[in-house]
Write a protein that binds this ligand. Structure first.
Ligand SMILES: Cc1cc2nc3c(=O)[nH]c(=O)nc-3n(C[C@H](O)[C@H](O)[C@H](O)COP(=O)(O)O)c2cc1C
Length: 195
């Protein structure tokens, strides 16, 4: 029991990866565990896109950074600052050995009601968390990148995805090339109320 608590408490976001590939059977095991996450009505709305080839990463990186350029330009950002952000972002995508794009199938819903939509988003997120924990179990580092939320159409177009797949996050996977700082958390006492 204590070991499981320790395991859960030691998962950390990993943002620097060694260039070593993550073997295909490892990715398969991670996804096979991810799909055991709970989901509302057991509708399993999560969909996964495995992005690993240079070509796919390039398409995705270009699409996301084009949108980034447009958005930052509209906000009046300095062109040099935009260029710097674009270059860093392209490099991050390029350096991630594997990207699993976590999507939600918006048609995997019982009724078209706002509450059911929230349940779908919550369910997809739990699939993402379980994926990250399964990666941790495999000694594979992971980080959740929310960027696609701002570039839905661009993400779909770049990876030729069905219209009903709504991108939730890119989960970068790879072997850690950093020792993350100690996790910072509020205490349970600050977060818990008794009634
Ligand atoms: C919904 C969500 C969005 C996140 N977006 C990003 C992101 O875009 N970029 C990033 O580097 N980390 C992102 N993170 C990771 C958080 O920054 C990280 O989980 C948090 O700082 C706690 O650190 P830990 O995961 O190492 O415990 C995201 C996490 C979640 C749950």
């Amino acid at each position: 029991m204590n070991e499981l608590h320790h395991f859960l408490q030691t998962r950390r976001s990993i943002r620097r990866f060694k260039p070593d590939p993550v073997p295909a059977p490892v990715i398969k095991r991670i996804l096979a565990t991810a799909i055991f996450a709970p989901s509302a009505h057991n509708l399993q709305p999560w969909r996964f896109v495995h992005v690993e080839s240079d070509l796919s990463k390039e398409k995705l990186g270009n699409a996301l950074t084009e949108k980034m350029r447009t958005d930052m330009d509209a906000e009046g950002a300095d062109p040099a600052q935009i260029q710097k952000r674009v270059e860093i972002s392209i490099r991050r995508i390029d350096e991630a050995p594997v990207i699993i794009l976590l999507c939600r199938d918006v048609t995997a819903i019982r009724k078209s009601e706002p509450e059911e939509e929230i349940m779908g988003i919550q369910s997809a997120a739990l699939g993402g968390l379980q994926l990250m924990l399964a990666a941790h179990a495999e000694g594979v580092g992971a980080n959740w990148i929310c960027w696609n939320l701002y570039a839905q159409a661009e993400t779909r177009l770049a990876l030729d995805l069905p219209k009903s797949w709504q991108a939730q996050a890119m989960i970068f996977l790879g072997y850690a090339d950093e020792e993350p700082k100690k996790a910072s958390r509020k205490s349970v006492d600050e977060l818990l109320t008794h009634r």
